[in-house]
Design a binder for this molecule. Sequence first.
Ligand SMILES: [Zn+2]
Length: 1023
Amino acid sequence: MSEFTMYHALGQGTPDPNGPQKRNEPNQFRPPVAASPAGYQQAGSPAYGNTPNQYAGTPMQSPPPPGGPGYFPPQQSSTYGQDQGIDNLTSQMGAVGLGVEPSGPPRPKKKDRHAYHNIEGPTGSSQAFNGVPQAGTPSQFLNQNTPSLGSPAQWASPQITPAMSQFPAASPMFSPTNTVSPMQHAARTGTPMAGSAVSSAQGRVDPEHIPSIPRSRDAPAKYYLEHVYPTMEHHLPPPATVPFVAFDQGNSSPKFARLTLNNIPASADALAATALPLGLVLQPLAPLQEGEQPIPVLDFGEAGPPRCRRCRAYINPFMTFRSGGNKFVCNMCTFPNDVPAEYFAPTDPSGVRVDRLQRPELTLGTVEFMVPKEYWAKEPVGLRWLFLIDVTAEAINRGFLTGFCEGIMNALYGDSGKEKGQTEADNAPQRRLPPGAKVGIVTFDKEIHFYNLSPGLGQPQMLVMPDIEDPFVPLSEGLFVDPQESKAVITSLLTQLPNMFSEVKNPEPALLPTLNSAVAALSTTGGKIVCSLSALPTWGPGRLFLRDDGNMHNTDAEKKLLTTEHPGFKKTASKMVESGIGVDFFLAAPSGGYLDIATIGHIAATTGGEVFYYPNFHSPRDTLKLSKEIQHTVTRETGYQALMKVRCSNGLQVSAYHGNFYHHTFGADLEFGVVDADKSIGVMFSYDGKLDPKLDAHFQSALLYTTASGQRRVRCSNIVASVNEGAAEAMKFVDQDAVVNIIAKEAAARMSEKNLKEIRGALSEKTVDILAGYRKNFTGNNPPGQLVLPENLKEFSMYILGLLKSRAFKGGKEPTDRRVHDMRMIKAMGPLELSLYLYPRIISIHNLDEKDGFANENGHLRMPEGVRASFSKIEEGGAYLVDNGQTCLLWLHAQVSPNLLEDLFGEGHASLKQLDAFQSALPVLETHLNCQVRNILQYLESSRGSKALTLQLARQGLDGAEYEFARLLYEDRNNEAQSYVDWLVHVHRHIQLELSGQRKKDDSDSLTSTASTFVGLRTPYWN
Ligand SMILES: [Zn+2]
């Protein structure tokens, strides 16, 4: 074990191209730097030449920091930084003559006044515009359990207790060292109109000074360690990858709902000038983080929650009371409703209901209502989990069956008991499923086997159902049992399964009949199916065949492979939704074979489920991931038999929904067999009139569902945005993550009708349209050669490039199974998961600061800064974690220090070859480095989507995973697409053409037609 200092003594000289010292350097002209090296395999790239091996203890020979980027400002450092006030910010802006007025005190934002008015105020919101601060301090509407947010000083005060802290490390009472000034607020919430200029007049782009995604994440992440996000006072949510504690002030937390524009232009024409989509990204059951108030569940008895008689909107904080409390005016349709007698409360002289502070539905943006019988489709019961387990030859031979069975046991009972040798009694109180939930187990090969798991039986009883032509459920008792009561029977079965079928080894699974018998078993209650499969289901009714011969890429025939016309699978999918059933699949292709995920996954996509896909499943490496993901599936918040409706203010209408659900006809509610914490839906809006700039625009999503514990509820999320005549204000409140999410979902939704080249073309055109629209309509007197990016869309181009390089859309060969899997995943991904998927987090672990990976003085984990996804940033002898939310690679340079390896992996692991290629987690060691990296991994694991974090080794020159590492360096030229620098040059060129009226929309033959149908391009949405 080496001394810490051996590899940490070098910190101070780190050549950080984004380092703070650069901010104040004079702007000197500097010749353009050549584009960054293309592939990382390219030997002799600057990365090899210049970078010393820090771990080996050589002194730093960092190249002198490059000079200023021509006459453009360095990338603006975050406005979150505690060390940087607004003055610095404006001086930077001033330096390039962008015409920014030095900020005075922040002007009150209209929504502030407005929203306060709506919340606090007595009457219709139009009165908010007299500019007089509203009576009533914010603290009025705070209840005692919530952080107090009245003034900046107040809301920066210690409200997050260590126990509430979102990070693993805990320490004494949190007390922020710096409070944020109103000025800093203004810098964040009211972005100056000016954008960032990143390019020179020659059209050259300096790779060191293009907007950095890691930086755009790191600074806010630090800020939100110490600050809550107040949902009304702030108008622009933190970046989606940033953990934060939201304080619900009546506007829903961005975790549940993000608008692309938090300030909406009044007319379609004004919106068209931005080329941006008007959309809402919803994740109705998103997980909360420690420190956040649980969503209150409100019971209005037999009457149900009060709703608008005309538009059926649910009661919410933006409805106003009149006539002494006898009427409530709907914020969506302005209809004045009678207040039901049982809901009446008088209003005070200012028009506020006297009981308002006791009523969460009038103070919180997200609440849940219990609903009476008229909302039921069937008697709600605790969720039925039905595990369908593939027991064919491939599943047995490859260890997938063993892994799946172990995963279920861990999911139901935890694995701690087994490991620590606890007795069963110690484990008993550990209930993983809510009371009332039940489980059942079915196995299948070319027959279907049901099991009686009644607790009274010493052993499970198997009933074989040989008639797969007309499957039925052969037992009525004992199929679904309480997992605690039947623990002995269930574990006995799951332990024996791999052996039970080892003599049989049928090669061909009969999938569709098994799914149909599962539907029969769940038809009266609804429920969730978790199904494993390890081979193409080639047996019995609904058998599938090898459709993809690998020769169809770049043809129209490829499109067909990405969708399904199979009548049997389609019918089963719609039957499931009708019965309130959804499926998660765990699909393994152990020998890399074709599974027809387009057809099988159609059922998961339609029913609101998910596909967990293990291409080239290898049990020593992948069993841990499999197990963790089963556990996640079973324990994440899950509801079933769900309907969803989105309402919006007069003047707007829903124009499209994107996601994984079933939609009968446009205008009908969205239907989900199941819905869970990770699933997100994109909603797009168009204008059916003009919005009144004197009023706010309101949105409400209502998800009616049955909880896993068997309660029928509606979860309501309310979102408000201010309205302006023109779009200039809108550009200041653009939510980049929401824009990217909506565009990505829409692109994925087009996959069955457009070919990939057309979609890539449309994405490229869309990027140019948005940035050209900004340049044309919203920037001042920038030199014509400048590429000026909107402040809040600085990283937008890079995210779209990430999308173009994703497995779903990239050029070149890609197995259709992977394409269609990723495409459906994008449709259902929330903003956090998608952001990571489009640009990975890369953490360098060979030069960690001594304190990185441990709690800081406030008890928060100190995370090192992220590294840009380019091989030019990779150091010789380096070691890097690369996490895109789906897989986490540990890439090790061939010359990595033996000391580092031993510290990380233990003695006897001093060279790359001594490492186990298939290890999927770090050993638990006492070394400083090992602890740091395990803490960092734990942090990464705590902020991601549905996929488990396990390590995959990518040793330079040794492991196949190196290709994945190269693929994920999205700033380089790879995946048959340009480098980030070249991409910006391309975009810039087309913006210039647009500005000079010379832009042709037909770079390639098919672009014209597609571009005109792409999101809000010429028409507000596709079709
Ligand atoms: Zn209404």
